[in-house]
Design a protein around this ligand. Structure first.
Ligand code: RTP
Ligand code: MG
Length: 140
């Protein structure tokens, strides 16, 4: 399995409850390396652009408001099969369906306030990493 990079976001519900360290520990325990990380507050416009793929979905407005409501931690995770591995560590979108030991099972509050985002494919990972990070911020 190839070494990949994926974009992760620790969402407002988690930063607000001071869970950044506990969530990062889950990534590191799974063998994912945090190779870039910063804490930022998204504007509604930035949140809207990031989640543009969901523009037609009924939850889009609510999702953008939530993502812009408090700071988020954006990060690049690296490792073997990092995209799928991160999705596994995150757990299902709805915490009610998430497996034991996953981040969403342990920390998420609801299907909307679900603590983390992770890229879902190599193309979206590359696109989402460059949305937040410049080449200079990414060291090997
Ligand atoms: P993400 O993109 O944040 O990693 O989550 P995901 O792939 O597991 O889920 P996705 O279908 O891409 O949905 C993106 C985010 O929108 C919110 N959502 N709310 N109220 C709802 O029914 C609903 N459905 C999705 C969640 O915050 C979800 O992570
Ligand atoms: Mg998604």
């Amino acid at each position: 399995m190839a070494i990949e990079r994926t974009l992760s976001i620790i969402k407002p519900d988690a930063t607000k409850r001071n869970l950044t360290g506990k969530i990062n520990a889950k990534f590191e325990e799974a063998g994912l390396r945090i190779v870039a990380q910063k804490r930022i507050k998204l504007t509604m416009e930035q949140a809207g652009k990031f989640y543009e793929v969901h523009k037609e979905r009924p939850f889009y407005g609510e999702l953008c408001e939530f993502m812009a409501s408090e700071p988020v931690v954006v990060q690049v995770l690296e490792g073997e099969g990092a995209i799928a591995k991160n999705r596994e560590v995150m757990g299902a979108t709805n915490p009610a369906d998430a497996a034991d030991g996953t981040i969403r099972k342990e920390f998420a509050l609801s299907v909307g306030e679900n603590s983390v985002h992770g890229s879902d494919a190599p193309e979206t990972a590359a696109q989402e990493i460059s949305f937040f990070f410049s080449g200079l911020e990414l060291v090997g």
